[in-house]
Design a protein around this ligand. Structure first.
Ligand SMILES: *Cc1c(COP(=O)(O)O)cnc(C)c1O
Length: 542
């Protein structure tokens, strides 16, 4: 009776027949995917028509089978999901989205096969081990003391921001866990930081009115004078600064906050006012991988990088070497580290900080509080936790520091080439950020007015008109995204036009070269794509 059900599972005794059954399913998936690949197009197979009633039709047609299809037929059915899906080949230049590497895919499979629960080492033996191991490895990279630090994998860079805010609150106000968050706490971040903190302020109950946004400099880093001034204002009105989010690699422009300067400012303000330590979380979700260059020898240049690339990397090193000044940070491997979602390691400098949020053993009766098992994570917001340290571990072993250095340097090399060719091909385009894995750029209906925009030598209506022009271009390009997918953002930075009292955001196009198949040799293809779709839009160009 149960036999045919058992055949749907991995074997108990490791027999070859069951293994080949499973391998056959994998072969079906891999072959189905390969059959649909085309390096000239972003999407797999044929395009799906996602018309207005697409999801309504799915709701109407969804039917749970009375009699199961069995593994083989259902996996064959899964292949339909491939059609129209983007694949991270050279045509994807929209965002920091990974193409998971082979080792991380095998690691992910091993994780799923073991299916340990990372909550507790008795249940998630393998992932507990790799979590401790990668925490030690990456602590060394960022300059934390591996004997004092700790870390755990969590739900993304967003999860790291939330958990760090929780640590900041619980450590600043030990009573907050029982009595609720007091009404005088404040957090600070740059106006270009990720929305993760905004959401966390809502969820943690401090409220977004208590999130103070700091102006940015022209290089998209936080303005320290504005930080100091706003902290002082908060303190004067009876508030308590408890948290600063320092972004190293802003999501759209790769701006790098001056972490050492932020730490210095926070210390000076607290010393002057006799206040406790301010928690700083380095939001390194986007940029953190570049700490892999912290020990790179720029004079010897063992990997032979070009001058232009070296210049950018040396600039990153000067900032990422300060990471140990942060109370916590994050490695989002599923961004520039090329692993599957979600593979994020939240790293905490001082493990004793977690005591403030750890649950009493009485509250966790079925884990930890036992005679067996010595690793349980009742301080995480998750209960059951996937073992995503395993694919991270696999990837770290496979690439090593050098392999990652080559991958990360190539993102920069390609961007340097792209921005040169872009401004050659389009006299009406301005590049609006520094060389990094992403290029933000803006088209103008006439001459380039970027300098006027950032110096305030322009009217609000003129900026808005250029914004509309860029929005139209982004919509046009977006219609051809099954071939090549460029990104765009409605808020690259703020500018202050002469006649406007409030800041106006700039709409820009984005080129994010993150696929290993994006090479200097492929840059002409992107320029040709832009030419093909932008020129007809406006006769003034060209
Ligand atoms: C992407 C990003 C986040 C959010 O990370 P997820 O892994 O998507 O949750 C947070 N901060 C920055 C700067 C980011 O770029």
């Amino acid at each position: 009776m149960m036999k045919h059900i058992q055949r749907m599972f991995p074997s108990e005794d490791g027999n070859r027949e069951a293994r080949y059954e499973l391998l056959g399913l994998f072969e079906t998936v891999l072959a189905g995917m390969d059959k649909r690949k085309d390096p000239k197009r972003l999407i797999l197979g044929k395009e799906e028509d996602v018309s207005a009633d697409y999801y309504q039709r799915i709701i109407d047609q969804a039917a749970l089978p009375e009699k199961g299809l069995g593994a083989k037929k259902s996996v064959e059915q899964l292949l339909n999901l491939l059609d129209g899906h983007r694949f991270l080949n050279r045509q994807y230049v929209a965002n920091a989205t990974p193409l998971p590497n082979h080792a991380s895919l095998a690691g992910n499979l091993l994780m799923a096969l073991l299916n340990g629960n990372n909550l507790w080492d008795v249940d998630g033996t393998a992932a507990a081990k790799t979590e401790v191991e990668i925490t030690a490895m990456l602590s060394d990279i960022v300059g934390y003391d591996r004997q004092k630090s700790t870390g755990f994998t969590t739900w993304g860079g967003q999860g790291a921001v939330f958990q760090s805010l929780r640590l900041a609150i619980a450590n600043a106000c030990p009573e907050a866990n029982e009595k609720g968050t007091p009404p005088h706490l404040y957090a600070f971040c740059s106006e270009l930081s990720h929305f993760s903190l905004y959401k966390s302020m809502q969820a943690a109950g401090i409220g977004t009115d208590h999130l103070i946004r700091i102006k940015t400099n022209d290089d998209h880093s936080m303005n320290l004078a504005d930080l100091r001034e706003k902290m002082e204002t908060v303190i004067e009105s009876g508030g308590l600064p408890v948290y600063v989010l320092a972004t190293l690699g802003t999501t759209d422009t790769f701006g790098i906050d001056d972490l050492a300067g932020i730490r210095r400012t926070a210390e000076e303000v607290t010393a002057k006012n006799g206040l406790p330590h301010i928690y700083i979380h380095a939001d390194t979700a986007m940029g953190g991988m570049y700490s892999f260059f912290n020990e790179y020898h720029f004079e010897e240049n063992p990997l032979g990088f070009e001058e232009e690339v070296l210049g950018v990397l040396a600039f990153y090193q000067s900032h990422f070497r300060n990471l140990s000044l942060a109370d916590s940070l994050v490695f989002d491997f599923h961004k520039l580290g090329q692993t599957p979602y979600a593979t994020s390691l939240f790293l905490v400098k001082d493990r004793t900080a977690l005591r403030a949020v750890d649950l009493d053993p009485d509250e966790t009766p079925y884990v930890g509080n036992r005679g067996f098992g010595s690793y349980h994570t009742s301080y995480t917001l998750e209960c059951s936790r996937m073992g995503s340290s395993i694919p991270i571990y696999a990837s770290l072993l496979a690439f090593g520091i050098e392999g990652y250095q080559e991958l990360l340097a190539n993102y920069i090399r390609v961007n340097a080439a792209f921005r040169r060719k872009l401004t050659e091909a389009f006299p009406n385009a301005a590049v609006t950020n520094g060389i990094s894995p992403v290029t933000t750029f803006r088209f103008y209906p006439g001459v380039v007015r970027y300098q006027d925009e950032i110096s305030g030598n322009i009217t609000e209506e003129e900026v808005l008109e250029i914004n509309r022009y860029n929005e139209k271009i982004a919509e046009t390009l977006g219609r051809f995204r099954s071939q090549t997918y460029f990104g765009s953002t409605k808020k690259q930075r703020y500018v202050y036009p002469v006649d406007s009292r409030s800041p106006v955001p700039l709409y820009v196009q984005k080129f994010y070269s993150v696929s290993p198949y994006t090479m200097v040799e492929t840059v002409d293809e992107y320029i040709d794509f832009l030419k093909a779709h932008i020129e007809p839009l406006d006769v003034m160009i060209g």
